[in-house]
Design a protein around this ligand. Sequence first.
Ligand code: NAI
Length: 367
Amino acid sequence: MSCFVGLYDSFRACFNPRSIKSGRDVNKAYYMDFVQPQKPIKVTITGVAGQIGYALLPMIANGDMFGNREVIITGIDLNIEAVKQNMKGIMMELEDGYYPLLKAVKFETDPEIGFKGADVAILLGAFPRKQGMERKDLMEKNISIFKTMGTAIENNASKDIKILVVGNPANTNCLVCSKYAPSIPKKNFSALTRLDHNRAKGQISLKAGVQLNDVKDVIIWGNHSSTQYPDTTHATIQGKPVDQLISKSWLQKDFVSMIQTRGAAIINARKASSALSAARAITNHMHDWVCGTAIKGEVVSMAVYSDGTEGYNIKEGLMYSFPVTCPGNGTFEVKKGLPIDGFSAQKMKETEQELSEERDLANQILG
Ligand code: NAI
């Protein structure tokens, strides 16, 4: 094969005017454009020096997120000496970690530089809620951060960029970010509810004593907060409806509240918020969006822009978590037409109401 490519190159070079001027360069151009595999994916991660960043970087470098594609990672974090020193150490660890797919790793403190040419953005950096802080104060801090990020994405990133917002309140931060990057289609923005989705699948499989991949079609609706609705009414275990194996009262009460408060339970136990499982969920989310789900037609949960056509009576203009399928070409489809029972409809409205209030508060702050 390589001898045919070589022959073709020489033949092609004879007739290409560029080869007359620049000798062997035409071959390089040909290899770059046609022969070499796809170009590395440029991933920009904000808040990279935090605890999720530390768990996430090796997963991306190892190919867990984009399969066999090479990656160039740019981390963005605050311009603080301690953060810069920490990042220096993390970059040394990545160099030492033997990651053949990691082409380069850089660190920036200016988002206008960090988002240059980015194909994928993972936004971890957010202002944490401190004791005694009002919701409005927290929202003000985060709006300012996500306005800056949205503007930098608008000015610098690839127009096809895929954005995942993780920093809380993730859904509304994502909405704010999208507002300041108006040339990027709304369908390129998403917020993370995959951690809730994975938690729900995990707890169902433990309760039923089955393998994780025996559980299918669990859905997280709405906000990544304690109002989210983990819905098992469409879910199956080894092809059977979940409520044939697990009592409906457990599914509607204990299970729902366990998933809604799982993040707080982890903070209580660990004295720090979920990081390993968050990094894993981010990897799953991006992998499925860009490369497709492992099983064709598999339902996963993503918070995405509601345009009113989903058919679940959810207000337009929210970042609401829906069941989606990811065919593998960098797109997703909201799964439409699922029948919704009365209990679910009420839970879906509660979380919609909270998102609607968050959006109104954000708009009020933005003026
Ligand atoms: P962390 O506090 O360990 O790290 C946050 C990092 O962001 C820090 O390095 C900080 O310096 C940086 N940062 C803050 N403001 C920034 C800015 N304006 N620009 C760039 N960097 C900035 O937090 P951790 O544990 O890594 O979590 C990150 C976020 O993810 C938090 O908001 C957390 O609540 C959220 N989260 C969301 C989950 C979800 O399922 N949606 C799950 C788990 C966490």
